[in-house]
Design a protein. Structure first.
Length: 173
């Protein structure tokens, strides 16, 4: 049953294995010819763990459609929609790289942001906010990054936005 919010329709797909079929129908029959984005949500502690959301747009009729489907942690895999929209290639690679959800049939499913061999998936909710120490010299950080302070954190308070701007402050030791 579709839901609507602010003029955008959302549809929850119960059978994740049918995502390609539904996307093909949405493109060919309903005119949703533009894949805006594919995103993923980590429902850590719940089953199914992953929600993958396809954001579609119809250029001719100027309507949005959001398709969502769930994937269990045990499976952590969906069929690729690169056969429907070629632009899905990069979106699916990013989800694989950051969350660990695989896309069966993808033409080039490899990491796109993290380096090959990186053993973690940084956008998972069980990934520590401070990061993980690395044993690899000269690759990213050798120690976890700090969570607070530093030159890129907006300061609370202050009389205006300029005073809160991180680039105008000096780093205190």
């Amino acid at each position: 049953m579709p839901t609507e919010f602010r003029g955008e329709s959302s549809l929850k797909l119960a059978d994740a294995e049918r995502i390609v079929e539904v996307c093909e129908f949405a493109k060919k029959e309903l005119g949703f010819d533009y894949l805006v984005d594919i995103s993923s949500v980590d429902n850590y502690g719940e089953d199914p763990r992953w929600t993958v959301v396809y954001h579609l747009y119809g250029i001719a009729h100027k309507q949005y459609l959001r398709l969502a489907t769930n994937v269990s942690e045990e499976k952590s895999e969906l069929p690729t929609v690169t056969t429907v929209w070629r632009t899905a290639d990069w979106h699916e690679r990013e989800i694989y790289d950051m969350m660990g959800v695989r896309f069966r049939g993808h033409p080039d499913l490899r990491r796109i942001i993290m380096w090959e061999g990186y053993p973690y998936f940084p956008l998972r909710k069980d990934f520590p906010l401070a990061g993980k120490p690395s044993e690899l010299p000269d690759v990213a950080f050798s120690k976890p990054a700090p969570l607070e302070g530093g030159p890129f954190v907006t300061a609370p308070g202050g009389k205006d936005a300029v005073e809160r701007e991180p680039r105008v402050r000096t780093i205190e030791d």
